[in-house]
Design a protein around this ligand. Structure first.
Ligand SMILES: O=C(O)CCC(=O)C(=O)O
Length: 274
């Protein structure tokens, strides 16, 4: 990874705050490709009559929801394995992970906040004692409070059950700001929500690359959403990330590993954080 980043400092902040912003990680062509891909997906979804409004998530249809991005455009595979993204994921949840989901939330003027939630709580029951999930959030527009920056509740990564979450979550939440091309790493236990886009005309496009430990069932079944010819184009690393290998459902952190530990030190169980 580029020495432009001090990984220890970034992951230290992430552990302390549950959240770290890294400004301008991508720019130029790559940023433009991602922005164009988002626009094209919206266009295609509209042309094909695919709903962009998710009633279960958002208060109105000013939020455009785009799902399983890696199946729409290879630029998103590139982002999933961006060296900094990968380094922050592995520093937080260890080397054994899968891409659980990759969605975009394009918040148009007039969009409102969803319910405050933690993403780890969506995939594993309490108690949440350690980070088993992380979002790498990609900002494709300049993001700030007024156009609906994600709001997070400081310290909420320490809550271990639903009972720990107080009633005034939105009031406790704080926004961030960052220019287009930035990423935000957000630990899976952090309670957060989308902000409301209160601007007249600013779009807020962000994508949420959600990585979880490989013993947690991914939210997306990539084998279903990605056509076989597209799967055939993927390299081994991409197939592994998406759990598309034939043995993709066997967690190498499971008991089987123990049986082989002596012969395959590379397959040892990643230590869980205390
Ligand atoms: O759009 C945002 O800022 C947050 C989105 C989010 O939390 C979600 O989709 O679960």
């Amino acid at each position: 990874m580029s020495s432009r980043y001090d990984l220890d400092a970034l992951s230290g902040n992430l552990t302390r705050d549950g959240f770290v912003v890294v400004p301008e990680v991508i720019d130029g062509d790559l940023l433009e490709r991602a922005q164009t891909a988002i626009e094209q997906i919206i266009e295609t979804m509209r042309a094909e009559g695919i709903e962009t409004f998710s009633e279960t998530l958002d208060p109105n249809d000013a939020n455009l929801r785009l799902y399983h991005l890696a199946a729409w455009d290879p630029v998103f595979i590139k982002l999933l394995r961006h060296p900094l993204a990968r380094a922050l994921v592995e520093a937080t949840i260890g080397p054994q992970w899968l891409v659980s989901n990759f969605t975009a939330n394009v918040a148009m003027p007039g969009s409102g906040s969803m319910n405050v939630h933690s993403d780890q709580a969506l995939v594993v029951p309490p108690p949440w004692l350690e980070p088993w999930a992380i979002n790498i959030i990609w900002c494709f527009d300049d993001v700030h409070e007024a156009n609906g920056a994600t709001r997070y509740v400081p310290g909420s990564q320490h809550w271990t059950s639903f009972d720990d979450a107080p009633g005034d979550l939105l009031e406790r939440s704080v926004p961030f700001s960052a220019p287009a091309g930035s990423i935000v790493a957000m630990e899976g236990r952090v309670w957060h929500t989308s902000g409301a886009n209160m601007t007249e005309s600013e779009r807020r496009a962000m994508a949420f690359a959600y990585y979880t430990r490989d013993f947690i069932r991914p939210q997306v079944n990539w084998a279903m959403v990605m056509p076989p010819e597209q799967q055939a184009e993927l390299d081994d690393d991409a197939r592994r990330m998406l759990g598309l290998s034939e043995m993709g459902n066997i967690s190498i952190g499971g008991g089987l590993t123990r049986l082989r530990e002596g012969k395959r030190p590379d397959l040892r169980v990643a230590p869980l954080k205390g």
